[in-house]
Structures are given as structure tokens and as C-alpha cells.
Design a protein. Structure first.
Length: 338
């Protein structure tokens, strides 16, 4: 247990948000009118969906937001007496790790059954609710078309020294990317890549929002992040462009935001209702239209982003992101990335 907890060892900063219920729509099937959610999603991207759920159901949501690894650590510590009903994670690796630790509840429904198997755990203990691609964004005023990197590997070129924004090595999306790269390149080549990247003095920033703003303002020329942050920055009027990397080679990483119900959830029926709610067409459209994410349910179109069918991705099962989590973290610690 100590080893598992150490994986997610980071300061737990949880901000609680309480939302009152004004909806006249009642959920008569549930005795409880409450749902407790631990969410690793950025609040501006998730609160509108929480509010919509409250309006539709009359269920009061108590939302605790924080970093995905820190919340996962809390869930493990609370295993015998869970404080939350649902966990929203920013990647599949963390969800699968918790599934392996037997803290997530197998779940089935018509919507879950309809979800592509590649977007869920075999036992339904976690499901994807949206997808995202790892991309490179750049400042169009500072980087010419002729100089654009085509691969994540190109970021080790000395011409980008000190000009690349990356996430901290504890970030779940960054960890998932390196896990996928290990899968196709092997540990030796991936370690070399990380060391070369570190030698290029990238600027490690706390969040993807910090990265997109630094690139948008011209503080940095390039940023490694998830695709929707580019669109968020673009629609704020910044001179930014997007690169889907490695389309002629190994492919980029496709990861997900997902949901799992905790074993021992005190508001179980409400938790199941919420997971189905996230997979419904209305909310899938909200992920696409508000956040520029890629829906995971068929029949819902992306907004502006490139559809998954047109992105060459690294061929790795999402479950592997969890199974290989420890090894990736160990490698990143060995390289001593910030």
C-alpha cells in the first residue's frame, strides 16, 4: 500500500464547491438527493456539466476539485470508508490503477454497453467520457511554417532551447504520453528522449492553462499539451497554431477523461445516474462545444478539433496506461524531471 500511495504523493489541495438545487425536475427513484464527486478536471471545464446535472435531477452535488494524482491518493487512503461517490480523472492510467487496487465498482448500463470497448474497463469500473490528443501548440508570430516541429522528438532540437513549455512530471497527461512512448520506443530510447528534452531547458509549468497562456502571449514559442487548450487559447484571440505530432511516424497519444464509481459509495444510485448522464448525447455535445474535447459516444461530432478517425495515434490500450504507471514514474524520477 505504501508503494501505491507514494505513486500519487503530492500535496492534496481540494477546493469544495456547493451547488444548491433549483430544479423542479425530481429524481423519484433515489432516496438520496446528494452526490459527492472528486474531480481532477479544471473547474471551468466541468462546473457547467455539474450544474446541468443538478438542474435535470434535483440532486445536490458536492464537488471536490484537485489534481488527479492527489485525489487518487485520497481515495486509496479512504478505501475502507470512502468519502466520495464518483471519481472524475484526467486520464485512463489513474483510473485503471485504482481499478487494479480494487477500489472502483464494476458498473453496467445500456449506455456503457454501447460505448466502444477501447474506451472503458472490461468490467465497466471506469468509462471514458471524452477524449483528447497530445499536441504541440506554437506562437504563429514567433515560429515560421518552415521551422515547425513535426514530432515530439523534434523538441530536443537545440534551436528550441528554453522555448518549450511542458507540464510537471507529476502531471497525469504527461505521464500517459511517456507511457505510450515507452510502449513503442522502449525504455532506453524513451530515457534518452527525456534526458535530451531536459537538456533543452524546457520551462516546467504547473498547468496546461499556464502553458497555453505562455505560448499565446509569446513568453514561449512552443507548448506540449492537450489539444483543447489550443482551441481555448485561439478563441481568446491569441496568435497560436496547432501541430498533431508524429503523424508520419509513431503517432500521438490519445488519452481520455473518465469516470468511476467508488466501492462503498453512499449515494450509489445517484452515482450510476451521473455516469450515464456524462455519456448522454447532451453532455457529450457539451464536452465538444464548450471544451473542444472529442466525444466518445458515436453520433456526436467534434467542434473544430480533428476527429479521432483522422488522427494517427500510438497503438496502446488505455488499460496499459495504468499497468505501466509505476514504471513510467520510476523512469521520469530517474531522469529527474521537475
Amino acid at each position: 500500500m505504501k508503494k501505491i500511495i507514494s505513486i500519487f504523493c503530492t500535496t492534496l489541495l481540494i477546493a469544495s464547491f456547493f451547488f444548491g438545487c433549483n430544479s423542479s425536475i425530481k429524481n423519484s427513484e433515489n432516496k438520496s438527493k446528494e452526490l459527492v464527486i472528486y474531480s481532477g478536471r479544471k473547474e471551468p471545464l466541468f462546473i457547467p456539466i455539474v450544474k446541468k446535472f443538478e438542474e435535470k435531477t434535483g440532486i445536490k452535488v458536492i464537488l471536490h476539485s484537485g489534481e488527479t494524482p492527489a485525489l487518487a491518493n485520497a481515495i486509496l487512503e479512504e478505501k475502507t470508508n470512502p468519502k466520495a461517490d464518483v471519481f472524475i480523472a484526467g486520464d485512463a492510467g489513474t483510473l485503471e490503477k485504482l481499478n487494479m487496487e480494487n477500489v472502483l465498482l464494476p458498473n453496467r448500463s445500456n449506455l456503457i454497453d454501447d460505448l466502444d470497448p477501447k474506451f472503458k474497463a472490461e468490467n465497466g469500473s471506469w468509462v471514458s467520457v471524452s477524449a483528447r490528443a497530445r499536441i504541440i501548440m506554437y506562437n504563429t508570430n514567433l515560429v515560421s511554417q518552415n521551422d515547425l516541429p513535426k514530432s515530439m522528438l523534434d523538441l530536443t532540437d537545440p534551436k528550441w532551447k528554453g522555448q518549450i513549455g511542458i507540464q510537471l512530471s507529476s502531471n497525469e497527461s504527461f505521464i500517459a504520453q511517456i507511457t505510450a512512448m515507452r510502449h513503442v520506443m522502449g525504455d532506453v530510447a524513451t530515457e534518452k528522449y527525456l534526458r535530451d528534452l531536459k537538456s533543452n531547458n524546457p520551462v516546467s509549468l504547473k498547468s496546461s492553462t499556464d502553458i497555453r497562456k505562455a505560448v499565446g502571449s509569446g513568453e514561449l514559442k512552443l507548448g506540449m499539451t492537450n489539444h483543447y487548450y489550443y482551441f481555448l487559447e485561439k478563441h481568446e484571440g491569441s496568435p497560436v497554431g496547432i501541430i498533431y505530432p508524429d503523424q508520419d511516424s509513431l503517432g500521438t497519444t490519445i488519452n481520455i477523461s473518465g469516470a468511476g464509481i467508488l466501492k462503498g459509495a453512499k449515494n450509489l444510485e445517484n452515482a450510476k445516474l451521473f455516469v450515464d448522464f456524462l455519456l448522454g448525447k447532451e453532455i457529450q455535445k457539451m464536452f465538444a462545444e464548450l471544451n473542444y474535447e472529442m466525444p466518445v459516444m458515436e453520433g456526436v461530432e467534434v467542434k473544430e478539433a480533428r476527429p479521432m478517425s483522422q488522427i494517427k495515434s500510438i497503438d496502446i490500450k488505455l488499460e496499459e496506461l495504468g499497468k505501466e504507471l509505476d514504471n513510467t514514474i520510476n523512469l521520469m524520477e530517474k531522469v529527474n524531471l521537475p
